[in-house]
Ligand binder design. Structure first.
Ligand SMILES: Nc1ncnc2c1ncn2[C@@H]1O[C@H](COP(=O)(O)OP(=O)(O)O)[C@@H](O)[C@H]1O
Ligand SMILES: C[C@@](O)(CCOP(=O)(O)OP(=O)(O)O)CC(=O)O
Length: 464
């Protein structure tokens, strides 16, 4: 039995169904779905031997080979917060960094240190990811055995990601687990809006610092709040704040998280009520195992928007209204339980795809490249498939489909993709060759971060 002194927290992955690129700008929104693929973080006191109490936090991701990171931590002077240093297990070891874990530890421990006077005790942390985040042969085998968390049998750096937003889900659940573990419930709880908003602000700050750029943050927002219509925060909020150890980092981080300075109020908008899925419909995703990725797509699209402001603004505003129309139609159908006429929903998806292809063509960026177009068209022909899009930034990675929630529909999609003639769709414009297409075992989920029951049998094998 897993010990009850353990705290377990999980956060969902994401798919940006509509609003890619637009959501980078506060004038527009993104329709983002949380997914039932979650990243779990379990935390407990580190058991130390013979009363030796080293200032140490050990983080393990036991589904991967060699994924153990050990950190020392110390409070710095001049209100610089908690600095975290990765420890070398032996002098021969090459340091294997995990920037998302390391940055989240220093941000969360710094914030925690501003709320408690006691020392931060050593801890042991275990990360577990739902199988759908990665594709490996062993995942496929374990999936058929109904194992929630597979042993992937490879190093984390060698794992093939399916693009469900593992870093945002990890940073959010790790932040939540640390806050719950170290703070008393009157200082932090996930049961109230204030706790969630502080967690959100802290996770956004840590995620941006770890990835070294300020994105729109839709992935962290959906990891915390679940499916929503998302309007981003002003990027200036996260620009130019210090780093752990620098003078006043702790004070500045606390005021950023708690919004105590008028000039630092978060203007994020999370509309949960604007997103609903009719009971007869579900989301499915197909992962495209692609030979290479197109780097710099965001940069290129934004450069084109700057170069051709009139053309781009027209497209942005048309696409925005179609994106919001898709969310509104889903909501309307969800509220009219008996209504199964999906004509308008189909049209909303078709309209979006036309405009995305315009965006692709005008910016010369393969957002919906030929192979994805062919795959989306073929899937959309299947009875019960309402339509599909290239989610997020698009490219060669994945497609998302809205389908009638029936076994026969899913199995017909499965049949199509298992025989999909991928070789036939080499992109003529020098794009990568497209490999196997597979159905991901995910669907939309409304709920964001949550505390898990540590007695859940799926943890048993992993937490010792
Ligand atoms: N299961 C995991 N265990 C440990 N670290 C993880 C795990 N999943 C993701 N990460 C961290 O997140 C990084 C991947 O982030 P990123 O490249 O942004 O992918 P994604 O698009 O899935 O967020 C990894 O290099 C690692 O630092
Ligand atoms: C272009 C974007 O608006 C959407 C990108 O969405 P993806 O889901 O493609 O993102 P990654 O997880 O980083 O691969 C950029 C943004 O909003 O930050």
């Amino acid at each position: 039995m897993v010990g009850t002194s353990i705290t377990a927290v999980s956060a969902p992955g994401k798919v940006l169904l509509a609003g890619g690129y637009l959501v980078l700008d506060r004038d527009f929104t993104g329709l983002v779905f949380g997914l039932d693929a979650r990243i779990h973080v379990c935390i407990e006191k580190l058991k130390t031997t013979n009363g030796v109490d080293l200032q140490e936090i050990i983080v393990k991701s036991p589904q991967f080979v060699g994924a153990v990171w050990e950190y020392g931590y110390r409070s710095t002077e001049n209100n610089g917060g908690v600095e975290v240093t990765q420890l070398r297990v032996s002098s021969q070891d090459k340091l294997l960094r995990n920037p998302f874990v390391e940055t989240t530890l220093s941000y969360a421990l710094t914030y925690i240190s501003t709320l408690t006077t006691g020392a931060i005790s050593p801890a042991s942390i275990t990360i577990l990811a739902d199988n759908s985040y990665y594709t490996t042969d062993s995942t496929l085998k374990d999936q058929s055995n109904n194992q929630k968390f597979s042993s992937f049998g490879v190093k984390l750096s060698e794992a093939h990601k399916t693009g469900l937003g593992s870093s945002a889900a990890l940073v959010s659940s790790l932040t939540g687990a640390l806050l719950l573990h170290y703070l008393p419930s009157d200082k932090f709880s996930l049961d109230n809006d204030l706790g969630k908003s502080r967690l959100h602000n802290l996770a956004q700050a840590a995620h941006c610092a770890a990835q070294g750029k300020v994105g729109s943050g839709f992935d962290v927002a959906s990891a915390v709040y679940g499916s929503c219509l998302y309007r981003r925060f002003s990027p200036s909020l996260l620009q130019n704040h210090g780093s752990p150890g620098s003078s006043n980092f702790a004070k500045d981080l606390k005021s950023l998280i708690e919004e105590t300075t008028a000039s630092h109020k978060w203007d994020t908008e999370i509309l949960k009520d604007a997103v609903k899925v009719p009971s007869g419909i579900r989301l499915i995703m197909c992962d495209v195992d692609c030979g290479s990725q197109t780097p710099g797509m965001v940069k290129k699209v934004l450069e084109w928007r700057k170069r051709e402001p009139d053309e781009a603004e027209m497209l942005w505003s048309q696409l925005h209204s179609k994106n919001e129309a898709l969310a509104a139609e889903l909501k309307r159908l969800a509220e009219e339980a008996e209504n199964t006429d999906y004509t308008k929903l189909k049209q909303a998806i078709t309209d979006i795809r036309i405009l995305i292809r315009d965006m692709s063509r005008l910016s010369d960026v393969p957002i919906e490249p030929t192979p994805q177009m062919a795959l989306l068209d073929a899937c959309s022909e299947i009875g019960g498939v309402i339509g599909g899009v290239v989610p997020g930034a698009g490219g060669y990675d994945a497609i998302a489909l809205l389908v009638e929630d029936k076994k026969s529909v899913i199995s017909n999609v499965q049949k199509l993709i298992s025989t999909w003639k991928v070789e036939a769709y080499k992109d003529g414009e020098g794009g990568p060759s497209i490999g196997k297409v597979s159905l991901l075992a995910v669907r939309e989920e409304m709920e964001g971060i949550r505390v898990e029951n540590v007695q859940d049998a799926s943890y048993e094998k992993w937490i010792v």
